[in-house]
Design a protein around this ligand. Structure first.
Ligand code: ATP
Ligand code: MG
Ligand code: ZN
Length: 219
């Protein structure tokens, strides 16, 4: 059973003092969270993104097909393409479509993931935060790991090991992953100076290259 919200006692309403020190009734954050209409941590810009409002362009035709296949099937997905090609938006559209269908998804950028996996203290709270975060990375049934290869010019040992471990653990548990990257699989292998992650990406995922021009600059 989920615990009753302590702010509103489960009523969904809270009383706050507004800027004029007047008491006002407002929706409780717990109620707002339940009304969410997008997958978790999807950037604000893409909360309304769906496959139905994703503009079809010659450069994203294959990627849209692969997005539908991902939602229906079992293989993972790697969206590769230049800046502004629409990779992150498409990945968020997939997560949101899954969310609409009652499935759970999580959006996370790779550089932030790597940063969050570095311990920043030795106390119990920090150890517990790290364990929870690591566990979630392994078991979240569907997630987008955005911007693989944006970490650094050359991968460090930590990056190499961590990315491989996260992907292997997820795969072992049948968790589904959408990766986006500005780098091709070959470039990822070169950057890592190691073929292991590249081999798993190529073997476990549909790798689709998006050739659209920068849609941020499109009118
Ligand atoms: N097919 C599309 N339909 C509608 N909007 C799009 C489409 N493709 C891209 N856009 C818009 O173009 C902008 C860039 O898209 P997005 O952030 O997904 O690119 P990206 O490939 O992830 O780029 P980067 O490599 O810089 O992260 C966003 O504002 C997005 O909404
Ligand atoms: Mg992006
Ligand atoms: Zn509440």
């Amino acid at each position: 059973m989920t615990p009753v919200c302590q702010q509103c006692n489960g009523t969904g309403w809270v009383t706050i003092l507004n800027e004029h020190e007047v008491e006002c009734v407002r929706r409780c954050p717990c109620w707002l969270a339940k009304q969410r209409r997008w997958a978790e941590d999807v950037p604000q810009e893409f909360q309304a993104a769906r496959l139905s409002n994703y503009k079809a362009l010659p450069g994203n035709r294959e990627a849209m097909k692969a997005a539908r296949a991902f939602l229906a099937g079992a293989r993972d997905l790697v969206l590769v393409g230049g800046v502004g090609a629409g990779k992150t938006r498409l990945a968020c559209s997939i997560l949101n479509e899954a969310f609409d269908a009652g499935r759970f998804g999580w959006f996370l950028r790779v550089p932030l993931m790597l940063k969050s996996l570095q311990p920043c203290g030795d106390d119990n709270d920090e150890r517990s935060r790290l364990m929870k975060f690591e566990h979630r990375l392994m078991v979240e049934p569907m997630m987008c790991l955005d911007d693989l290869g944006a970490e650094r010019e050359r991968a460090t040992d930590f990056t190499r090991r961590t990315l491989l471990q996260v992907y292997e653990q997820r795969h072992d548990r049948g968790a589904r992953t959408i990766w986006t990257s500005n780098k091709t699989i070959d470039e990822i292998a070169a950057m890592q100076d190691d073929d292991r992650l590249a081999s798993r990406l190529a073997g476990w995922a549909d790798v689709v290259v998006m050739s659209c021009e920068d849609q941020r600059l499109a009118g």
